[in-house]
Design a protein around this ligand. Structure first.
Ligand SMILES: *Cc1c(COP(=O)(O)O)cnc(C)c1O
Length: 496
């Protein structure tokens, strides 16, 4: 199976090339040329398998240049229990009430759903390099506002033929996030703070990527720069697995009959996670509606309701920071698919977005989007209220991002009367966002730093996940910082 660019489908690549390269040269995203389908009986068969086996089968459909043995070995490493994931099901499905289930995607080493993909991507990349006969080492550069950096560090830690260097804004991440990165283990990792905000760190990294002299110097030393951000197909693919896996678990629990449609509700930022659910549907998973949940940065809610994407609006900092995004990059893949794989039209929408911050899709695309998706947003007050209500009424402690999804599902059901069994994607452990969760539970006298973990555990009666609870005993390895003008020096020192 080949991969093509959303902006020029004449360019064809193998899976290994698409994963190693990340982004197509003209700026398009790689998509599989055809979408494999799941025979209905296959779901019954997958039902009897564990998560790792389901991942090998589903990812194998898209990675035909990779052998079954290769994928089995990598899935065993990426989703090892208990070394990497603290739950035997890896991505367990929890029943919330008669027609609502919660897919917990945060049982991995950094307690956020990014682990589901970032535990797998480094292995895909390292295999891809071998297949491409690439002998240089990939140096992954990441600018992070918090969650992605730590998940990428854990994923790439000690993976063959890779090194990873993460930059974070010095005063732009929480104490716990900073400590998570500063105590990172592994022989191929580096972390540096940047004086400035997230945009400074991100702009600095982009400048490094476009620096030809630096590329040549690194190549002489046996390195090339690569990226782990969410537009890499290697990150979308492992996310398709857990939606199909959740359906199998519903079958296993006797909640649905095979072939019965379900709804899926996803707290959305860059549109990667919900796009993976759409791919699962296109593969034949019986899904009725995909409900796209946003916070106050509701550019996607407006887009799905009107067909107009307009990023010219105020940016809000919310209690669900991983969804504070105005440009949802992965939407490009959806537009390509819904336009009948019209690469010229997709390129035109993206050009308008970059020139004016706005585009309007054709009536035909809008109609399909409205048929496929429900959409809504949760205000800060609604998010807080939902955390409180879930704890009181269902004895279930959820994080701020997950609360956005539960609130939007509530609105969707009230507006449409559609009470189909729904799976809500839960994207982070509540202990990653102790501060806001304690607020929502009505706690006014809050501790600080890692003491917040103990406080939330005490108030909620739920134990903090081990990777966070043990942070305070870990040794700080990285306490360096740099001015943004000197980031290149940090890279060349790191790759010495
Ligand atoms: C990244 C992230 C999201 C948003 O996912 P997208 O794939 O960008 O839509 C939601 N919740 C959490 C906790 C995240 O880390």
């Amino acid at each position: 199976m080949y991969y093509v660019s959303t902006r020029n489908k004449a360019l064809r690549y193998t899976a290994a090339q698409a994963i190693a390269q990340g982004l197509s040269r003209e700026g398009g995203l790689f998509v599989p040329e055809t979408i494999p389908t799941l025979p209905e009986r296959k779901l019954e068969e997958l039902k009897g398998m564990n998560y790792q086996q389901r991942a090998v089968y589903i990812m194998g459909l898209y990675l035909d240049g990779f052998t079954r043995e290769e994928l089995e070995a990598r899935a065993a490493l990426a989703y090892a229990v208990p070394e990497k994931f603290d739950h035997p099901d890896v991505a367990p499905l929890r029943k919330v009430d008669g027609n609502t289930y919660c897919l917990e995607l945060w049982h991995g080493p950094t307690c956020a759903f990014k682990d589901m993909a970032l535990q797998m991507l480094p292995h895909e990349l390292s295999l891809a390099l071998k297949k491409n006969d690439e002998h240089r080492t990939a140096c992954i550069l990441v600018a992070t506002s918090g969650d992605t950096g730590k998940a990428a560090l854990e994923g790439f830690k000690d993976v063959d033929q890779t090194k990873i260097l993460v930059f974070y804004p010095k005063d732009g991440v929480s104490d716990i996030q900073k400590l998570q990165m500063a105590t990172q283990e592994g022989g191929n990792v580096g972390v540096s703070a940047v004086v400035g905000n997230f945009d400074d760190a991100q702009t600095g990294v982009k400048t490094l990527f476009s620096d030809e002299a630096l590329r040549e110097e690194l190549s002489r030393r046996g390195y090339f720069l690569s990226s782990a951000n969410s537009i890499n197909w290697g990150r979308v693919l492992p996310q398709i697995v857990y939606y199909i896996s959740a359906y199998c678990d519903l079958l296993k629990q006797g909640a649905i009959q095979c072939g019965e449609e379900i709804n899926i509700c996803v707290p959305t930022g860059n549109f990667g996670n919900i796009l993976a659910a759409y791919y699962a549907k296109r593969m034949g998973l019986p899904v009725k509606k995909l409900v796209c949940a946003s916070n106050a940065n509701n550019v996607l809610t407006d887009f799905i309701r009107t067909g107009v994407y307009d990023r010219n609006r105020p940016f809000y900092t919310t209690v669900s920071p991983s969804m504070d995004i105005l440009i949802s990059s992965n939407l490009e893949r959806l537009l390509y698919l819904l336009s009948g794989e019209d690469d010229a039209l997709t390129a035109d929408y993206m050009a308008q977005l970059s020139a004016t911050g706005r585009y309007e899709v054709s009536p035909a695309i809008r109609a399909q989007i409205q048929d496929l998706f429900g959409a809504g947003f949760s205000t800060e007050a609604q998010t807080e209220a939902m955390i409180g209500a879930m704890k009181r009424e269902k004895d279930y402690l959820i994080d701020t991002h997950t609360a956005v999804a539960f609130e939007v599902l509530r609105q969707y059901r009230a507006e449409t009367g559609d009470d189909t069994i729904a799976v809500v994607a839960s994207t982070a452990s509540p202990f990653k966002f102790c501060d806001a969760v304690l607020d929502a539970l009505g706690v006014t006298e809050k501790q600080s730093g890692t003491d917040l973990l103990d406080q939330l555990a005490q108030v909620s009666g739920v134990a903090a996940p081990a990777p966070l609870a043990t942070l305070k005993d870990k040794q700080v390895r990285f306490d360096g910082w740099t001015e943004k003008e000197a980031m290149e020096q940090v890279v060349t020192d790191f790759l010495r």
